[in-house]
Design a binder for this molecule. Sequence first.
Ligand code: SF4
Length: 418
Amino acid sequence: MQQHYHIWTIGCQMNKVESERLGSLLEERGYLPAATAEKADIIVVNGCVVRQSAENRIVNKLDALKPLKKANPGLTLAVTGCLVNSNTSQLREQFPHVDHFFKPGEQPDWLRKATDQPEALPRHPQPAVYVTIIRGCDNFCSYCIVPYRRGREKSRPMSEIVSEVRELVRRGAREVTLLGQNVDSYGHDLPGKPDLADLLTELNGSQGLARLRFLTNHPKDMSAKLIAAIARLDKVCRQINLPVQSGNNDILQSMKRGYTSEHYRNLIAGIRNKIPGVALSTDVIVGFPAESREQFQDTFNLLAEVRFDTVHVAAYSPRPGTLAARELKDDISATEKKRRLHLVEQLQEGIASEINRRLLGETVEVLVEGRNKGKWQGRTGSDKLVFFSDSANHQGQLVNIRIEKTSPWSLQGKIEPA
Ligand code: SF4
Protein backbone atom coordinates (compact mmCIF):
# COMPACT_ATOMS: atom_id res chain seq x y z
CA MET A 1 0.00 0.00 0.00
CA GLN A 2 1.20 3.55 -0.79
CA GLN A 3 2.89 5.20 2.22
CA HIS A 4 2.56 8.91 3.03
CA TYR A 5 4.48 11.52 5.01
CA HIS A 6 3.50 14.79 6.63
CA ILE A 7 5.94 17.50 7.78
CA TRP A 8 4.78 20.29 10.11
CA THR A 9 7.17 23.25 10.12
CA ILE A 10 7.47 26.53 11.98
CA GLY A 11 10.41 28.92 12.28
CA CYS A 12 13.04 30.42 10.02
CA GLN A 13 13.84 29.81 6.35
CA MET A 14 16.51 27.33 7.45
CA ASN A 15 13.80 25.13 9.01
CA LYS A 16 11.68 25.44 5.89
CA VAL A 17 14.48 24.37 3.56
CA GLU A 18 15.41 21.48 5.87
CA SER A 19 11.78 20.30 5.85
CA GLU A 20 11.71 20.52 2.06
CA ARG A 21 14.86 18.37 1.86
CA LEU A 22 13.44 15.82 4.36
CA GLY A 23 10.35 15.64 2.13
CA SER A 24 12.57 15.00 -0.91
CA LEU A 25 14.38 12.22 0.96
CA LEU A 26 11.09 10.54 1.82
CA GLU A 27 9.88 10.90 -1.77
CA GLU A 28 13.07 9.19 -2.96
CA ARG A 29 12.05 6.31 -0.70
CA GLY A 30 8.64 6.20 -2.39
CA TYR A 31 6.55 8.15 0.14
CA LEU A 32 3.96 10.67 -1.07
CA PRO A 33 3.11 13.92 0.74
CA ALA A 34 -0.11 13.84 2.81
CA ALA A 35 -2.11 17.03 3.27
CA THR A 36 -2.93 16.19 6.90
CA ALA A 37 -1.18 14.34 9.73
CA GLU A 38 -4.14 11.92 9.98
CA LYS A 39 -3.33 10.51 6.51
CA ALA A 40 0.42 10.03 7.11
CA ASP A 41 2.57 7.02 8.02
CA ILE A 42 5.52 9.24 8.99
CA ILE A 43 5.04 12.61 10.70
CA VAL A 44 7.98 14.97 11.22
CA VAL A 45 7.54 18.00 13.49
CA ASN A 46 10.20 20.60 12.63
CA GLY A 47 9.99 23.31 15.26
CA CYS A 48 11.67 26.46 16.44
CA VAL A 49 12.47 27.55 20.00
CA VAL A 50 13.88 30.99 19.27
CA ARG A 51 10.98 32.42 21.29
CA GLN A 52 8.84 30.93 24.07
CA SER A 53 5.69 31.34 21.95
CA ALA A 54 7.21 29.10 19.23
CA GLU A 55 8.23 26.46 21.79
CA ASN A 56 4.65 26.47 23.17
CA ARG A 57 3.34 25.78 19.67
CA ILE A 58 5.55 22.67 19.35
CA VAL A 59 4.44 21.34 22.73
CA ASN A 60 0.78 21.88 21.74
CA LYS A 61 1.36 20.18 18.40
CA LEU A 62 3.00 17.13 20.00
CA ASP A 63 0.19 16.90 22.57
CA ALA A 64 -2.38 17.08 19.77
CA LEU A 65 -0.63 14.17 17.97
CA LYS A 66 -0.83 11.86 21.03
CA PRO A 67 -4.28 10.36 20.24
CA LEU A 68 -3.20 9.72 16.62
CA LYS A 69 -0.12 7.79 17.76
CA LYS A 70 -2.21 5.86 20.33
CA ALA A 71 -4.77 4.87 17.70
CA ASN A 72 -2.04 3.90 15.22
CA PRO A 73 1.11 2.55 16.98
CA GLY A 74 2.66 1.80 13.53
CA LEU A 75 2.85 5.52 12.81
CA THR A 76 6.40 6.98 12.98
CA LEU A 77 6.57 10.30 14.82
CA ALA A 78 9.83 12.27 14.68
CA VAL A 79 10.87 15.67 16.00
CA THR A 80 13.66 17.92 14.72
CA GLY A 81 14.56 21.63 14.76
CA CYS A 82 16.15 23.76 17.47
CA LEU A 83 14.08 22.05 20.20
CA VAL A 84 16.42 19.06 19.92
CA ASN A 85 19.82 19.31 21.62
CA SER A 86 22.52 16.65 22.09
CA ASN A 87 20.93 15.27 25.22
CA THR A 88 17.50 13.98 24.25
CA SER A 89 16.73 12.10 27.50
CA GLN A 90 14.62 14.96 28.89
CA LEU A 91 12.68 15.20 25.62
CA ARG A 92 12.08 11.43 25.62
CA GLU A 93 10.68 11.70 29.13
CA GLN A 94 8.47 14.66 28.22
CA PHE A 95 7.22 13.16 24.93
CA PRO A 96 7.27 9.34 25.28
CA HIS A 97 5.01 8.97 22.22
CA VAL A 98 7.76 10.39 19.91
CA ASP A 99 9.84 7.69 18.14
CA HIS A 100 12.84 9.73 16.99
CA PHE A 101 14.51 13.03 17.88
CA PHE A 102 17.22 14.35 15.56
CA LYS A 103 19.19 17.60 15.50
CA PRO A 104 18.37 20.37 12.97
CA GLY A 105 20.00 19.79 9.59
CA GLU A 106 20.65 16.08 10.28
CA GLN A 107 19.33 13.40 7.96
CA PRO A 108 19.28 10.26 10.14
CA ASP A 109 19.88 6.81 8.66
CA TRP A 110 16.35 5.57 9.37
CA LEU A 111 15.12 8.32 7.05
CA ARG A 112 17.71 8.10 4.30
CA LYS A 113 17.74 5.79 1.35
CA ALA A 114 21.23 4.38 0.76
CA THR A 115 22.57 7.06 -1.55
CA ASP A 116 25.76 9.06 -2.05
CA GLN A 117 23.80 12.25 -2.73
CA PRO A 118 24.90 14.81 -0.12
CA GLU A 119 21.48 16.51 -0.30
CA ALA A 120 18.15 15.22 -1.58
CA LEU A 121 16.72 17.80 -3.97
CA PRO A 122 13.05 18.43 -4.76
CA ARG A 123 12.08 16.80 -8.06
CA HIS A 124 9.92 19.78 -9.05
CA PRO A 125 11.34 22.78 -7.20
CA GLN A 126 9.43 26.01 -6.70
CA PRO A 127 10.53 28.95 -8.90
CA ALA A 128 12.25 30.49 -5.84
CA VAL A 129 14.28 28.03 -3.74
CA TYR A 130 16.64 28.13 -0.76
CA VAL A 131 20.08 26.53 -0.58
CA THR A 132 22.00 26.26 2.70
CA ILE A 133 25.63 27.31 2.34
CA ILE A 134 26.76 27.36 5.99
CA ARG A 135 25.29 25.66 9.05
CA GLY A 136 25.62 26.68 12.70
CA CYS A 137 26.90 29.89 14.22
CA ASP A 138 30.05 30.89 16.17
CA ASN A 139 28.75 34.21 17.41
CA PHE A 140 26.94 33.42 20.65
CA CYS A 141 24.84 36.59 20.83
CA SER A 142 23.77 36.59 24.48
CA TYR A 143 20.04 36.05 23.79
CA CYS A 144 20.29 33.42 21.06
CA ILE A 145 19.77 29.67 21.39
CA VAL A 146 20.87 28.85 17.83
CA PRO A 147 24.62 28.16 18.43
CA TYR A 148 23.72 25.74 21.25
CA ARG A 149 21.32 23.79 19.05
CA ARG A 150 22.81 24.08 15.56
CA GLY A 151 26.44 23.91 16.69
CA ARG A 152 29.55 25.64 15.31
CA GLU A 153 29.84 27.04 11.78
CA LYS A 154 30.39 24.52 9.01
CA SER A 155 30.53 25.72 5.41
CA ARG A 156 29.51 23.49 2.53
CA PRO A 157 32.18 23.16 -0.18
CA MET A 158 31.70 25.66 -2.99
CA SER A 159 31.71 22.95 -5.70
CA GLU A 160 28.87 21.13 -3.90
CA ILE A 161 26.75 24.31 -3.70
CA VAL A 162 27.43 25.22 -7.34
CA SER A 163 26.37 21.79 -8.62
CA GLU A 164 23.29 21.82 -6.39
CA VAL A 165 22.22 25.25 -7.69
CA ARG A 166 22.78 24.14 -11.30
CA GLU A 167 20.71 20.99 -10.72
CA LEU A 168 17.88 22.99 -9.11
CA VAL A 169 17.89 25.37 -12.08
CA ARG A 170 17.88 22.40 -14.48
CA ARG A 171 14.80 21.12 -12.65
CA GLY A 172 12.99 24.48 -13.00
CA ALA A 173 14.12 26.90 -10.25
CA ARG A 174 14.76 30.51 -11.39
CA GLU A 175 15.77 32.22 -8.15
CA VAL A 176 18.08 30.94 -5.40
CA THR A 177 18.46 32.35 -1.89
CA LEU A 178 21.69 31.26 -0.20
CA LEU A 179 21.07 30.60 3.48
CA GLY A 180 23.12 30.71 6.62
CA GLN A 181 22.79 31.97 10.17
CA ASN A 182 25.66 34.27 9.20
CA VAL A 183 26.41 34.11 5.46
CA ASP A 184 29.29 36.57 5.94
CA SER A 185 31.21 33.78 7.70
CA TYR A 186 30.91 31.53 4.66
CA GLY A 187 34.12 29.76 3.70
CA HIS A 188 36.44 30.69 6.58
CA ASP A 189 36.66 26.97 7.48
CA LEU A 190 37.23 25.74 3.89
CA PRO A 191 40.58 25.20 2.13
CA GLY A 192 41.63 28.41 0.37
CA LYS A 193 39.01 30.35 2.40
CA PRO A 194 36.58 31.33 -0.39
CA ASP A 195 33.96 33.85 0.76
CA LEU A 196 30.38 34.76 -0.13
CA ALA A 197 31.55 37.23 -2.80
CA ASP A 198 33.51 34.41 -4.50
CA LEU A 199 30.50 32.10 -4.33
CA LEU A 200 28.14 34.74 -5.77
CA THR A 201 30.62 35.46 -8.58
CA GLU A 202 30.77 31.76 -9.46
CA LEU A 203 26.98 31.31 -9.31
CA ASN A 204 26.28 34.48 -11.29
CA GLY A 205 27.46 32.59 -14.39
CA SER A 206 24.83 29.80 -13.99
CA GLN A 207 22.81 29.43 -17.20
CA GLY A 208 19.04 29.72 -16.69
CA LEU A 209 19.37 31.22 -13.21
CA ALA A 210 17.62 34.61 -13.04
CA ARG A 211 18.20 35.83 -9.50
CA LEU A 212 20.44 35.30 -6.48
CA ARG A 213 19.79 36.42 -2.91
CA PHE A 214 21.35 35.60 0.46
CA LEU A 215 20.32 35.61 4.13
CA THR A 216 21.40 36.60 6.85
CA ASN A 217 24.24 39.11 7.11
CA HIS A 218 26.02 40.15 10.28
CA PRO A 219 26.92 43.86 10.60
CA LYS A 220 30.30 43.07 12.17
CA ASP A 221 31.30 40.74 9.30
CA MET A 222 29.84 42.22 6.10
CA SER A 223 32.80 43.10 3.88
CA ALA A 224 33.50 45.82 1.31
CA LYS A 225 34.32 42.98 -1.12
CA LEU A 226 30.78 41.58 -0.73
CA ILE A 227 29.18 45.01 -1.21
CA ALA A 228 31.24 45.50 -4.39
CA ALA A 229 30.15 42.04 -5.64
CA ILE A 230 26.46 42.86 -5.10
CA ALA A 231 26.92 46.12 -7.02
CA ARG A 232 28.77 44.35 -9.86
CA LEU A 233 26.92 41.05 -10.41
CA ASP A 234 23.80 41.33 -12.58
CA LYS A 235 21.90 38.35 -11.09
CA VAL A 236 22.39 39.37 -7.46
CA CYS A 237 19.31 41.21 -6.17
CA ARG A 238 19.87 44.67 -4.75
CA GLN A 239 18.38 43.66 -1.44
CA ILE A 240 20.14 43.10 1.89
CA ASN A 241 18.93 41.85 5.27
CA LEU A 242 21.17 43.33 7.97
CA PRO A 243 19.84 42.73 11.51
CA VAL A 244 20.67 45.65 13.82
CA GLN A 245 18.78 44.35 16.91
CA SER A 246 19.24 47.62 18.86
CA GLY A 247 20.25 51.21 18.20
CA ASN A 248 21.82 51.64 21.65
CA ASN A 249 25.49 50.80 22.23
CA ASP A 250 25.09 49.55 25.83
CA ILE A 251 22.29 47.20 24.78
CA LEU A 252 24.32 46.03 21.76
CA GLN A 253 27.20 45.25 24.10
CA SER A 254 24.91 43.40 26.48
CA MET A 255 23.59 41.45 23.48
CA LYS A 256 27.23 40.65 22.55
CA ARG A 257 26.64 41.75 18.96
CA GLY A 258 30.20 42.95 18.39
CA TYR A 259 29.47 46.35 16.75
CA THR A 260 28.25 49.83 17.67
CA SER A 261 25.34 51.81 16.25
CA GLU A 262 27.94 54.13 14.61
CA HIS A 263 29.52 51.17 12.81
CA TYR A 264 26.07 50.08 11.67
CA ARG A 265 25.14 53.53 10.36
CA ASN A 266 28.46 53.79 8.48
CA LEU A 267 27.93 50.36 6.96
CA ILE A 268 24.46 51.38 5.71
CA ALA A 269 25.86 54.62 4.27
CA GLY A 270 28.59 52.64 2.47
CA ILE A 271 26.07 50.15 1.08
CA ARG A 272 23.75 52.93 -0.19
CA ASN A 273 26.69 54.73 -1.74
CA LYS A 274 27.87 51.66 -3.67
CA ILE A 275 24.42 50.17 -4.44
CA PRO A 276 21.97 53.00 -5.21
CA GLY A 277 18.33 52.00 -4.74
CA VAL A 278 19.23 48.98 -2.57
CA ALA A 279 16.31 47.61 -0.50
CA LEU A 280 17.20 47.09 3.16
CA SER A 281 15.56 45.04 5.85
CA THR A 282 16.48 44.53 9.50
CA ASP A 283 15.58 42.67 12.69
CA VAL A 284 15.02 44.36 16.05
CA ILE A 285 14.50 43.09 19.59
CA VAL A 286 12.60 45.35 22.00
CA GLY A 287 12.44 44.99 25.79
CA PHE A 288 15.91 43.43 26.18
CA PRO A 289 16.90 43.16 29.89
CA ALA A 290 17.42 46.61 31.45
CA GLU A 291 16.50 48.45 28.22
CA SER A 292 15.40 51.90 29.42
CA ARG A 293 12.90 54.06 27.55
CA GLU A 294 15.79 56.25 26.36
CA GLN A 295 17.70 53.21 25.08
CA PHE A 296 14.61 52.02 23.23
CA GLN A 297 14.31 55.54 21.80
CA ASP A 298 17.81 55.10 20.28
CA THR A 299 16.51 52.06 18.38
CA PHE A 300 13.39 53.94 17.31
CA ASN A 301 15.52 56.89 16.11
CA LEU A 302 17.83 54.62 14.10
CA LEU A 303 14.85 53.00 12.37
CA ALA A 304 13.32 56.42 11.61
CA GLU A 305 16.66 57.65 10.23
CA VAL A 306 17.64 54.63 8.11
CA ARG A 307 14.10 54.03 6.76
CA PHE A 308 14.23 50.30 6.04
CA ASP A 309 11.96 48.66 3.50
CA THR A 310 11.09 45.97 6.07
CA VAL A 311 11.58 45.64 9.83
CA HIS A 312 11.04 42.35 11.68
CA VAL A 313 10.44 43.23 15.32
CA ALA A 314 10.23 40.84 18.26
CA ALA A 315 9.80 41.29 22.01
CA TYR A 316 12.68 39.80 24.03
CA SER A 317 11.93 36.34 25.34
CA PRO A 318 14.56 34.60 27.54
CA ARG A 319 15.79 31.26 26.17
CA PRO A 320 16.99 28.85 28.86
CA GLY A 321 20.68 28.07 28.50
CA THR A 322 21.67 31.38 26.89
CA LEU A 323 23.95 33.90 28.59
CA ALA A 324 21.16 36.50 28.82
CA ALA A 325 18.77 34.02 30.45
CA ARG A 326 21.46 32.97 32.95
CA GLU A 327 22.82 36.38 33.87
CA LEU A 328 20.28 39.09 33.02
CA LYS A 329 16.91 39.72 34.63
CA ASP A 330 13.97 39.81 32.21
CA ASP A 331 12.82 43.02 33.88
CA ILE A 332 10.77 44.81 31.20
CA SER A 333 7.08 44.11 31.72
CA ALA A 334 5.06 42.36 29.03
CA THR A 335 2.89 45.49 28.67
CA GLU A 336 5.93 47.72 28.12
CA LYS A 337 7.45 45.26 25.60
CA LYS A 338 4.15 45.27 23.72
CA ARG A 339 4.04 49.09 23.76
CA ARG A 340 7.55 49.31 22.26
CA LEU A 341 6.77 46.62 19.71
CA HIS A 342 3.65 48.50 18.68
CA LEU A 343 5.58 51.80 18.36
CA VAL A 344 8.09 50.14 15.99
CA GLU A 345 5.30 48.53 13.96
CA GLN A 346 3.47 51.86 13.63
CA LEU A 347 6.62 53.70 12.57
CA GLN A 348 7.50 51.03 10.04
CA GLU A 349 4.00 50.91 8.59
CA GLY A 350 4.28 54.63 7.76
CA ILE A 351 7.78 54.28 6.27
CA ALA A 352 6.92 51.19 4.20
CA SER A 353 3.75 52.83 2.81
CA GLU A 354 5.77 55.86 1.70
CA ILE A 355 8.51 53.71 0.11
CA ASN A 356 5.97 51.53 -1.69
CA ARG A 357 3.82 54.50 -2.80
CA ARG A 358 6.80 55.73 -4.85
CA LEU A 359 6.33 52.68 -7.06
CA LEU A 360 2.84 53.76 -8.22
CA GLY A 361 2.81 53.92 -12.01
CA GLU A 362 6.24 52.24 -12.25
CA THR A 363 6.87 48.95 -14.07
CA VAL A 364 8.62 46.29 -12.00
CA GLU A 365 9.99 42.87 -12.92
CA VAL A 366 8.33 40.08 -10.95
CA LEU A 367 9.21 36.40 -10.64
CA VAL A 368 5.83 34.63 -10.43
CA GLU A 369 5.87 32.11 -7.56
CA GLY A 370 2.27 30.86 -7.62
CA ARG A 371 -1.41 31.62 -7.06
CA ASN A 372 -2.95 33.13 -3.95
CA LYS A 373 -6.66 33.88 -3.49
CA GLY A 374 -7.35 33.82 -7.24
CA LYS A 375 -4.40 36.05 -8.18
CA TRP A 376 -0.84 35.50 -9.35
CA GLN A 377 1.75 36.25 -6.69
CA GLY A 378 5.46 36.99 -7.04
CA ARG A 379 8.34 39.15 -5.86
CA THR A 380 10.43 41.94 -7.28
CA GLY A 381 14.23 41.91 -7.09
CA SER A 382 13.86 44.22 -4.07
CA ASP A 383 11.67 41.53 -2.43
CA LYS A 384 8.35 43.38 -2.71
CA LEU A 385 5.32 41.12 -2.82
CA VAL A 386 3.25 41.76 -5.97
CA PHE A 387 -0.22 40.51 -6.98
CA PHE A 388 -1.83 40.63 -10.41
CA SER A 389 -4.70 38.96 -12.27
CA ASP A 390 -4.35 37.22 -15.62
CA SER A 391 -5.92 34.15 -17.17
CA ALA A 392 -2.68 32.83 -18.73
CA ASN A 393 -0.29 30.54 -16.84
CA HIS A 394 2.67 32.58 -15.55
CA GLN A 395 4.09 30.13 -13.00
CA GLY A 396 7.89 30.54 -12.82
CA GLN A 397 7.97 33.34 -15.40
CA LEU A 398 9.60 36.76 -15.12
CA VAL A 399 6.91 39.28 -16.04
CA ASN A 400 6.63 43.07 -16.11
CA ILE A 401 3.92 44.52 -13.88
CA ARG A 402 2.74 48.11 -13.91
CA ILE A 403 1.93 49.05 -10.31
CA GLU A 404 -1.58 50.45 -9.75
CA LYS A 405 -2.09 50.06 -6.02
CA THR A 406 0.28 49.97 -3.03
CA SER A 407 0.08 49.20 0.68
CA PRO A 408 2.83 48.90 3.33
CA TRP A 409 2.96 45.13 2.75
CA SER A 410 2.33 44.54 -0.94
CA LEU A 411 1.78 45.95 -4.43
CA GLN A 412 -0.89 45.26 -7.03
CA GLY A 413 -0.75 45.85 -10.74
CA LYS A 414 -1.40 44.85 -14.33
CA ILE A 415 0.76 42.66 -16.51
CA GLU A 416 2.42 44.44 -19.43
CA PRO A 417 2.86 42.77 -22.82
CA ALA A 418 6.23 41.00 -23.11
S1 SF4 B 1 24.56 35.73 14.73
FE1 SF4 B 1 23.76 35.87 16.84
S2 SF4 B 1 21.52 35.98 16.54
FE2 SF4 B 1 22.37 35.17 14.64
S3 SF4 B 1 22.29 32.95 14.87
FE3 SF4 B 1 24.33 33.60 15.53
S4 SF4 B 1 24.14 33.85 17.74
FE4 SF4 B 1 22.05 33.82 16.91
